[in-house]
Design a protein around this ligand. Structure first.
Ligand SMILES: [Cu+2]
Length: 123
């Protein structure tokens, strides 16, 4: 009976050590994700130019100051709604360099068509 409890304790300890080992590379990664904050409002994004590096993970954090907007960047396969009062996050690891236009794809009033910007991905 005592040896079963000991075996159980060793097993739990081994699992904890394995779990800790699996977490360490994430916590100690020397390449933190880039976070880019973008604010949307009639009829602009600020900033309207986002610079990313190819192969480097990034999070684009989007907030709206007034009403529902959209964020659509077909060249990088990114698309989300941006409801007001919430923070919307898009995770991207650009796999190609270049200039990729984005635009609002939710009609938000006269001037909506001017809500544009570019993501520039460099090597
Ligand atoms: Cu719009």
């Amino acid at each position: 009976m005592r040896s079963i409890n000991r075996l159980r304790a060793v097993s739990v300890l081994a699992l904890l050590i394995l779990a800790a080992g699996a977490l360490v590379p994430v916590a100690w990664s020397d390449e933190p994700e880039t976070i880019v904050r973008v604010t949307a409002r009639k009829f602009e994004y600020s900033p309207n130019e986002i610079r990313l590096k190819r192969g480097v993970p990034a999070i684009i954090e989007l907030t709206s100051l007034d009403r529902l907007h959209g964020f659509d960047c077909p060249g990088l396969g990114l698309r989300t709604d941006i409801p007001p009062g919430k923070t919307t996050r898009l995770r991207v690891v650009p796999d190609k360099s270049g200039t990729f236009p984005f635009h609002c794809d939710v009609f938000c009033g006269e001037g909506h068509e001017d809500m544009t910007g570019t993501i520039i991905v460099t090597d």
